[in-house]
Design a protein around this ligand. Structure first.
Ligand SMILES: O=c1ccn([C@@H]2O[C@H](COP(=O)(O)OP(=O)(O)O[C@H]3O[C@H](CO)[C@@H](O)[C@H](O)[C@H]3O)[C@@H](O)[C@H]2O)c(=O)[nH]1
Ligand SMILES: [Mn+2]
Length: 740
């Protein structure tokens, strides 16, 4: 026992195979150098066709490289910065003079490539030093079983139609059934529309059928995993027609009060406290979506249970591992490092994925590699669900070396009022005028006015000196629902990329807020997500301009016989081979990877593009922020197509119009490119366009599902005729402009 006391509560290990990765990075770097050397030495001379297009390409590349460069400097070698400066100062002498054709196209391409390069560098920084952790729950239990802190669990729901009560209750019951002293568990549900349906389902779960009284001891006796009685509730609660919307007053109902004698299960064990909350909503007050709900929960829970640790889950994220609380506590209660831990983030995992993951929603690489990479570089971000927080961090407190968590202080319930009195005081805390002229949403609680309140709040917590921890247990901690249609997935990524870019462009940018507060490598690591939206420009350029230049007969890449071509081929092949290897390593299939590549393209040309535009429009004051909730139910036909991995279109959307236009544009250019190959007798011409034709062909190949949706599929989920007409018109127009 005495020896046991000195052992840490968690261990951290370095990822294996870093040398291989570093070697790979070096290879890529060499390749990139060749690309630029080529670009700079082969700018078409004055009067030569393609000079402008070449310039555009040059600028795109310059941009990609810039992105890569900034992050490389940190890690590797200041020389690169010097090298780059040299090039920059040399560059003007190579720039074609004003008025020459191809100049701008070349420049654009250079910037795109520079951007890709910079972005690649950031993703390299993320992957540099991933760490994986494990916990020693037996030691925790030896030392602290009697002194375990109480836990508040927050679940948010916002719409009974797209987030069915069955699912919400399922999540609630799963978190009530944690392997943890029940008198120390307090579960709070925030319902943002105050739906009667959800409320009665809660009541059903807690009292009416006394379900939890039977389910919880059953789970514990038979060690059931996962502890979500979905099947039971699917039959127990049927939707009762139109839900009641938007109450104009707040409701706080303590459905089970763990302090009371009757709160027992059938075996005489205490039940966790269960609280239902619906905030007051009035048109003249902004309710701030999920962040607003979370802040109301923080206040209300501080009156009722005031636990030192808060777990937050989305309503679709049920607990899949009854040990998660103990895992998290191994970090918080570790004698040596525990005090500095602000939050412990578990990965997001999904239960409704298909084999080849047609919308690339598994987030496997992000969760299994990039997030451990964040952790290695200073701490993961907070992504809204499956996250354990120390209560103080959410009330704006700074970390200080003398801070010492006093778990005992929290143990006794602070409030001794009767249930009804407590409910009345809590209603005031959940009223919409309560936050007027306070620091809530600014320094207190989750931050407002950002589509990714979670990431923003996480950065702030880290900048106040707290450490964050990423923990991936073998048995997944939480399972949720991934989007099941293309549009849902694109819209979700639009919200994320817009919110992330908003953070980057605000005073909360890690480089500004985090200056000297978090390590530079973490600031750079954040760029990977925060700059998602910025990827749209370089990518759009790369999928449009080289193809149109092909149509017009402007060559932007080296001829196939030229040895400079090796640089391009090398970088592309090594980079993609690595990506495939990584994808398969983390459990994907080859087809899944191909789908992932397609989604990568679609997200960059639509979600990120609209996210970027929306951010600008918001900045100019034309639009307001919204939170488009991801649908968690699908009708049977949609589900069936999802299971069969058939791409779902079916509606009109500007996003689809863009996707279809790009696909058609590339098809036209590709056909005309092939014409060059077949009809033109001069091999010289053919050779000049080989890379452009290949790029265009690849884009056509990856877009096959779009052509199918446009022309060949006849089912309801194909692309609507209006999209076909519009996109054909736009594509032809673009081609016409390029040619004349
Ligand atoms: O006005 C609102 C809108 C949403 N929610 C809840 O927020 C959660 C997340 O919403 P969802 O539509 O599922 O969004 P996702 O894109 O799946 O969410 C991811 O991204 C969000 C930020 O954009 C984070 O808040 C989430 O935790 C994270 O899982 C759900 O429980 C909703 O009920 C509210 O409580 N009030
Ligand atoms: Mn979700």
């Amino acid at each position: 026992m005495a020896k046991d006391e000195n052992l840490p509560l968690f261990a951290t290990k370095l990822a294996k195979g870093r040398i291989l990765f570093q070697f790979y990075s070096l290879l890529i770097f060499v390749g990139i150098c060749f690309i630029f050397a080529y670009r700079l030495s082969h700018i078409p001379a004055k009067g030569e066709p393609g000079r402008w297009a070449w310039m555009g390409l040059f600028f795109s590349e310059l941009w990609f490289c810039f992105y890569w460069f900034v992050t490389t400097v940190v890690r590797w070698n200041p020389i690169y910065r010097n090298t780059f400066k040299d090039r920059l100062s040399h560059r003007p002498s190579h720039i074609p003079e004003k008025g020459e054709p191809g100049r701008w196209a070349w420049m654009g391409l250079f910037f795109s490539e520079l951007w890709f390069c910079f972005y690649w560098f950031v993703t390299t920084v993320v992957r540099w030093n991933p760490i994986y952790r494990n916990t020693f729950k037996v030691r925790l239990s030896h030392r602290y079983e009697k002194a375990l802190p109480s836990i508040d669990i927050f679940v948010c729901t916002a719409d009974p139609v797209i987030e069915p009560p069955v699912m919400v209750i399922n999540t609630i019951l799963s978190v009530m059934a944690y392997d943890y002293p029940p008198e120390k568990l307090n579960v709070y549900l925030s319902d943002d529309v105050g739906s009667d349906l959800t409320f009665y389902a809660m009541l059903e779960a807690s009292q009416a059928s006394r379900f939890s009284k039977i389910w919880l001891p059953f789970c514990k006796k038979f060690k059931v995993e996962p502890r979500s009685p979905e099947a039971y509730f699917r039959t127990a609660v049927e939707p009762l027609g139109e839900p009641v919307m938007a109450k104009e007053w707040s409701t706080v109902k303590i459905l089970i009060d763990g302090r009371e004698f009757e709160a027992m299960d059938i075996q005489g064990q205490t039940l966790p406290t269960l609280v239902y909350l619906s905030r007051e909503k009035r048109p003249q007050y902004h309710h701030h979506f999920k962040a607003g709900a979370m802040n109301a929960l923080i206040r209300v829970s501080s009156r009722i249970s005031n636990s030192p640790i808060i777990l937050n889950v989305d309503c679709d994220m049920y607990s899949n591992n009854s040990m998660s609380i103990r895992d998290a506590l191994c970090f918080f209660m570790d004698e040596e490092k525990g005090n500095e831990v602000g939050f412990v983030q578990f990965p997001q995992a999904f239960e409704n994925l298909t084999k080849n993951d047609v919308y690339s929603s598994s987030l496997n690489v992000l969760m299994e590699l990039e997030m451990p990479g964040f952790d290695g570089n200073g701490g993961p971000c907070y992504f809204g669900t499956g996250c354990f927080h120390r209560r103080e961090t959410l009330s704006g407190q700074e970390y200080s070396k003398i801070y010492n968590a006093d778990w005992k202080r929290w143990r006794n319930r602070s409030v001794e009022d009767s249930t009804s009195v407590l409910e009345e005081t809590c209603k005031v805390l959940a009223s919409c005028s309560y936050e007027e002229n306070t620091q809530w949403g600014k320094e207190m609680g989750l931050k407002y006015d950002c589509a990714v309140e979670d990431v923003l709040t996480g950065i702030a917590v880290q900048c106040r000196g707290w450490r964050s921890i990423y923990f991936t247990p073998e048995r997944k901690g939480f399972l949720g629902l991934a989007p099941t249609t293309l549009l849902q997935s694109l819209v979700q990524h639009k919200r994320w990329s817009e919110g992330d870019f908003h953070i980057f462009a605000s005073r909360h940018c890690p480089f500004v807020l985090g200056y000297k507060k978090i390590p530079l490598k973490l600031q750079l690591t954040y760029c990977m997500n925060l700059l998602w939206a910025a990827n749209c420009l370089a990518t759009l350029y790369y999928v449009i301009v080289p193809s149109l230049c092909l149509l017009r007969g402007i060559s932007l890449f080296p001829e196939i016989t030229n040895s400079w071509v090796l640089a391009f081929v090398f970088v592309i092949i090594v980079h993609r081979a690595y990506s495939l290897g990584e994808f398969v390593w983390f459990g994907g299939t080859f087809k899944g990877w191909w789908n992932d590549q397609r989604m990568w393209l679609y997200k960059r040309t639509t979600s990120y593009f609209f996210g970027f535009l929306d951010y600008i429009l918001k900045r100019l004051g034309f639009t307001n922020s919204t939170f488009v909730i991801t649908t968690k139910v699908a009708d049977d036909n949609v589900s069936q197509r999802y299971e069969q991995e058939v791409m779902e279109f079916g509606t009109t959307s500007q996003m689809f119009t863009i996707l279809a236009t790009l696909a058609l544009l590339n098809a036209i250019c590709f056909v005309s490119g092939l014409k060059w190959v077949i009809a033109d007798v001069e091999t010289l011409v053919r050779e000049q366009f080989a890379l452009q034709i290949l790029l265009c062909g690849l884009l056509v190949f990856i877009n096959l599902p779009i052509y199918q949706g446009l022309f060949f599929r006849k089912d309801v989920a194909s692309l609507p005729t209006s999209v076909t007409y519009q996109s054909t018109m736009f594509a032809l127009l673009a081609c016409a402009i390029a040619v004349y």
